[in-house]
Structures are given as C-alpha cells and as structure tokens.
Design a binder for this molecule. Sequence first.
Ligand code: ZN
Length: 214
Amino acid sequence: MLERDRYNGICRGNDSGYKKVKTIELKYGNTNTFYIEGDAGGLLVDTDYAGTLFAFYKAIKAAGIRVTDIKYVLATHYHPDHCGLVSELMQQGVQLLLPDVQKDGVHYSDAIFTRDGLSYTPIEEEKATVIPCAESRAFLAGLGIAGQIMHTPSHSPDSVSLALDNGDLFVGDLEPLEYIAAYEDNTQLKADWEQILAIHPKRICYAHRPTQMR
Ligand SMILES: [Zn+2]
C-alpha cells in the first residue's frame, strides 16, 4: 500500500474501474483483510484469527461499513489467520462464498482454535454458497463486482486469489513473485503467477505484506 493512501488505518483503493468498485483494507490484527464494495452487495476477503470479532466490528465501523452491508465472505484459504471469523459472520447473516476447491479445507483450523482455547464454532459449510471458480465471474457480476476467483494452490491446496477487472488482485498468502527464484522446484508457484500475470494486475494485495503497485 502506498503510504499516501493510508489514513486512519484504512486504505482505500482506486475508485476507477467497473461501476466504481471500491476496495477498503481492514486491518484489525495480523492479517490484511479487504472489503470490496459492489453495487449490489459487499464482499469481505479474509478475516483474521478467531477471537478478533470485537476488533473487526471497530474496524468496519471506522470504515463506515455495517455488517449488514457484507453480503458474502470469501477466505483466500482456511489457515487460522484467514478464516477465524467466518462462522461468527455467518451467524450474523453474512453468507459464505465457497469455491468448490476449498471444500476440503473448511475445517483445517478447527483443531488449532480448540488448541488455543478459543471459543469457536466450526463453519457449517452446508450453508455456504458453493461455486466452481469457472463460474465466479458470473457470480460476482451479481454483486456488481467485475472479476474472477482463481485457484492458486501453491500456498495450500485450498488457496484462491481474487482478481478484479479494475486491477486489484488479492492473493492471500501466495509467495511474492520475487521469491520465485528461491523456489526453483516449485512449479506450482510459477504456474500460479503465470495465471495471475496473464490478467495484468495493477495492485497486488497480500495478507501479510505491503500492497504492491505494478
Ligand atoms: Zn496461509
């Protein structure tokens, strides 16, 4: 994220692009999470760890977002620092958008939260909206968001990236492009980036690194 874009802990993305889709960064713990404001509903990309709900509510309030504005939540993958609030948000009426490649990952963090002594309700995936990545463009269009979800499994088998047509790209924990040289044998990482670069992103938003402009 460019420093000039940062204020009050909230980062606002370009207003340019399809139907003025706006990206708001919400950081209330260790993970950069993002809210994408579509004309017909908001999409939250990632949550932080379980136990961060109070901090989350403070962050969305500061950003002028109500929980009822959030129609769907998408986790880039189901490591604990990305999906900890998904079940609580579902209880608040937010729907879970679950690409079918993530179905086996949904309960990955249950044992971790239990180990940490956190009160955590496992996700009820039968209530999720399950879509193949290939249908994500049509699905997102229904929210007024032009973009697509891509399966980018080098970080974990259930990892996905969200690419917006305005150039914003959300990659979760995908290793940065510059690290490819350090992963000579990681053909999957190379394949993930080839897939991503083919759509010419302008801003790469990582979960644990500063946003990169391209
Ligand atoms: Zn991860």
